[in-house]
Design a binder for this molecule. Structure first.
Ligand code: ADP
Ligand code: MG
Length: 351
């Protein structure tokens, strides 16, 4: 789950995710007949496919996600097939990256069976190619990096331009706060092509400004009359969001959670008004959280639904639940689901 740094990854900027204390488990056993078989507690359909016949785009549904890592790894190591049994308490499609959790876990399991040791970054690369090249979803590297490299009580400060990273302390309990996820229950469909459109506008804006990516743009440059109004607003989000990530990293190093909360709110406003990827449900969640005593709240993930997060005093979680529930009711939205999360360890293999 991303603390801050939204829509910055494909602009080669900064992100700051944590691995939450939810898990996707994969029990894997070797086969010798070249088949990959899979069962999931979260999906009705099982699958049984031939490893040699795997091609990008050849599978639908969750089989594509589960087999992607096999397709990637088979290009480098000898795989003779596997049985995979999956169970997860990561909500699917809530913007909490159940897809990266599944693919990182399967990658780790298959690499382990092939006795191939992967560094955290290599593991993330395998899982990322599985999603972008095999399933065909043009995602950034953040979700796989945090799934592979997450560490308890820390956030991962990741520079997506060179995939360098640093673990930064994240333990809001020390400041009497907890991190609460508000899952709106609205399934994000990446806003029907809106994601691709945002990406394109960012690339166009970078082109107009003569920089390789918006990572390199400055606020002053955004005054350029060559930018359209929409390009200016989209670019302003990216430039200021990168600054906010740096601000939050400094604040975390200083233990100043009030400053983190303030950056959360400014990030949300920027996503709401400049980048225009929020949704009515996410906006209501953020307003209600702030009115219920949160020191900060924002949408997290790509937007158009999914989840918001709130940093809340330990004693205010009850008021938050009531406040958000009432606000959703008053707006005619279905009840959201609230749960606390803590920064936890990433992928690990056992046995
Ligand atoms: P998100 O990553 O935000 O949860 P996605 O649409 O990217 O949403 O990925 C969700 C898809 O990943 C599911 O529709 C399913 O195909 C696959 N998936 C994730 N977790 C599981 C699981 N535990 N069992 C089977 N498939 C899963
Ligand atoms: Mg996903």
């Amino acid at each position: 789950m991303n603390l801050i740094g939204e829509h910055t990854d494909y602009n080669l900027g900064f992100v700051l995710p944590i691995a939450i204390d939810r898990r996707t488990f994969v029990a894997a056993g070797p086969r010798t007949d070249g088949r990959i078989r899979g069962w999931s507690m979260q999906e009705a359909e099982s699958f049984d496919v031939d490893l040699a016949s795997l091609l990008p785009g050849s599978l639908d549904g969750w089989a594509a996600y589960a087999c992607g890592p096999a397709w990637v790894l088979a290009q480098e190591v000898a795989l003779a097939g596997a049985d995979l049994v999956v169970s997860s308490d990561v909500p699917l499609g809530a913007g909490l990256s159940s897809s990266a959790a599944l693919q990182t876990a399967v990658s780790l399991a298959l690499a382990g069976m092939a006795e191939r040791a992967l560094s955290g970054t290599e593991l993330a690369m395998v899982a990322h190619r599985a999603e972008s090249d095999f399933v065909g979803v043009p995602v950034g590297i953040m979700d796989q990096m945090i799934s592979a490299l997450g560490r308890r009580d820390t956030a991962l400060f990741l520079d997506t331009s060179d995939v360098s990273y640093e673990h930064v302390p994240f333990h809001p309990n020390d400041s009497g706060l907890v991190l609460v996820v508000i899952d709106t229950g609205v399934k994000h469909s990446l806003g029907e092509g809106q994601y691709a459109q945002r990406r394109r506008t960012c690339e166009e804006a970078a082109g107009v400004l003569g920089v390789a990516s918006l990572r390199e743009a400055t606020l002053e440059q955004l005054d350029s009359p060559a930018l359209t109004e929409v390009q200016r607003r989209r670019a302003r989000h990216v430039v200021t969001e990168n600054e906010r990530v740096l601000e939050v990293v400094s604040a975390l190093l200083e233990g100043d959670l009030e400053a983190v909360g303030s950056a959360f709110v400014r990030s949300h406003r920027s996503l709401q008004h400049d980048f225009e990827v929020s949704s009515p449900e996410l906006d209501v969640a953020v307003e209600a959280a702030l009115e219920s005593g949160a020191v900060g709240a924002r949408m997290t993930g790509g937007g158009f639904g999914g989840s918001a997060i709130a940093l809340v005093p330990v004693g205010s979680t009850g008021a938050l639940a009531v406040g958000v529930e009432e606000a959703f009711g008053a707006s005619g939205f279905a009840s959201p689901r609230l749960f606390q999360v803590a920064a936890s360890d990433g992928a690990a293999s056992h046995g």
